[in-house]
Design a protein around this ligand. Structure first.
Ligand code: HEM
Length: 405
């Protein structure tokens, strides 16, 4: 199941990139029906089939390149759907072995909803709410698969591979009295990382809205927009859906597009500053693990790349490759933040990490389902806890590798 989940993550990434490519090559309506293409399983190619297709959909004659874009995206998405179904079935079968079940079932629900959004994208003629929802749904599927993978990788059975003492390893040469502060730091990190997740998801949604409404080039000047932008701002209009038969190439007026574009730019500044501060605090803190520093560095690199790609979108007038990468790196940024949050959960859920809960037992063979249980195993004689020096029964053990009280 772990390998299948990993493969599904790869597939989800491909589907997201193909989705962006389809949208950006204006091929979202390359096949005007769903789930087939002009009523076929593949793109109609023979003269006869093309003639039939054109007769059935006179308003949208066959454009083979666009139709293939759309169908390849659907084939990959269909394969991903089957993989997620298989994951859910395996999870149910193995539920007695402690395999997560709720997450695979949630994933199955999400993928079915994604298929419905894919259908509405076509049948509702690229209604922006649906297009943006489809983008967010894709990111949600990827995120859930990634979290599932992390959980499977860190189940007790696989603990040996990632065995480490999260906080203890970071505090190798420090005084044991720092441990309570480390716990407080990790709790705060959890809170601020979750706020960061909210900020990032909002920014991704704003980006999806900008893209779904073809507002990428509404502003071509830096740093905000063309002069006079202040008079054009129309928040209510920008975040409503005008009545239209077809939303291809956008249905909002110029002022509304300018507004959504500018909101995404301001959102970028907030997201950048917030995640930058979060990443730097992970890097400089003495209470974070080496794994967290690694994940934090990765996140910062993804963040800077994302901003550079966003700026390139504007400076180079939305080159296809840059726009597709801007979408892909948003996904990378999201999963790197999720990874950071996961490492905090590991650290906090592992009651061994801080040497508090079970300090008297002399045994740290935790029974948490997540890895980390037992990671901070005790080999040496217990020492006195300097925080509780008066209570001689409170003893802190000595961790391997020079973690002294
Ligand atoms: C801080 C992090 C940022 C994130 C997470 C982010 C995320 C996104 C996402 C998810 C999209 C939708 C892509 C798609 O539908 O294919 C998007 C679109 C866009 N973003 Fe960003 N963005 C960020 C920063 C920026 C910056 C700094 C700029 C430029 C100043 C920018 C300019 C754009 C433009 C022009 C689009 C529309 C592209 C299109 O139509 O395909 N973004 N962004």
């Amino acid at each position: 199941m772990k390998k299948l989940t990993l493969f599904s993550i790869f597939l989800a990434a491909v589907v997201i990139i193909l989705g962006a490519y389809t949208r950006l090559t204006d091929a979202g309506l390359g096949c005007p029906d769903w789930p087939g293409c002009y009523g076929n399983l593949t793109v109609p190619l023979s003269e006869e089939k093309v003639a039939q297709a054109n007769a059935a959909f006179p308003e949208r004659p066959v454009e083979a390149f666009k139709a293939w874009n759309e169908m390849i995206h659907r084939y990959f998405a269909g394969t991903l759907g089957l993989c997620v179904l298989a994951i859910a079935i395996i999870a149910i079968r193995q539920r007695d072995k402690g395999t997560p079940v709720k997450l695979p079932l949630l994933l199955l629900g999400l993928i079915i909803f994604q298929a419905a959004l894919g259908m509405w994208t076509v049948t509702l003629n690229l209604l922006p709410v649906v297009v943006m929802g489809h983008l967010l749904g894709g990111f949600s599927v990827l995120s859930c698969l990634f979290i599932l993978y992390l959980r499977l990788r860190n189940t007790a059975g696989d603990a040996s591979k990632t065995k480490q003492a999260p906080i203890a390893s970071a505090m190798h040469d420090q005084d044991i009295t720092d441990l309570p502060q480390a716990k407080v730091f990790q709790r705060n990190l959890k809170l601020f990382a979750f706020i960061g997740l909210g900020v990032l998801v909002t920014q991704i949604a704003l980006g999806g809205w900008t893209s779904a409404n073809y507002a990428a080039l509404a502003c071509t000047e830096m740093p905000v927009c063309e002069s006079g932008w202040q008079e054009r701002i129309d928040l209510a209009g920008a975040f409503s859906v005008p009545d239209a038969d077809n939303y291809e190439f956008g249905a909002h007026d110029y002022g509304e597009r300018v507004t959504m574009h500018i909101v995404h730019r301001f959102g970028a500044v907030i997201t950048f500053l917030y995640l930058l501060a979060l990443g730097i605090s992970v890097l400089v803190s003495r209470y974070t693990t080496s794994k967290q520093k690694y994940v934090g560095t990765f996140m910062l690199v993804a963040l800077c790349t994302q901003v550079a790609l966003g700026l390139s979108n504007i400076i180079f007038m939305l080159p296809l490759a840059v726009a597709v990468m801007h979408n892909a790196v948003a996904a990378v940024l999201l999963i790197s933040l999720l990874n950071l949050i996961f490492t905090v959960f590991l650290a906090l859920e592992n009651d061994n990490v801080f040497g508090t809960e079970k300090r008297n037992t002399g045994s740290f063979s935790g029974s948490k389902p997540l890895q980390g249980a037992g990671a901070f195993s005790i080999h040496e004689a217990p020492l006195h806890d300097p925080l509780n020096a008066s209570t001689s029964s409170h003893i802190l053990p000595k961790a391997p590798g020079g973690f002294h009280g």
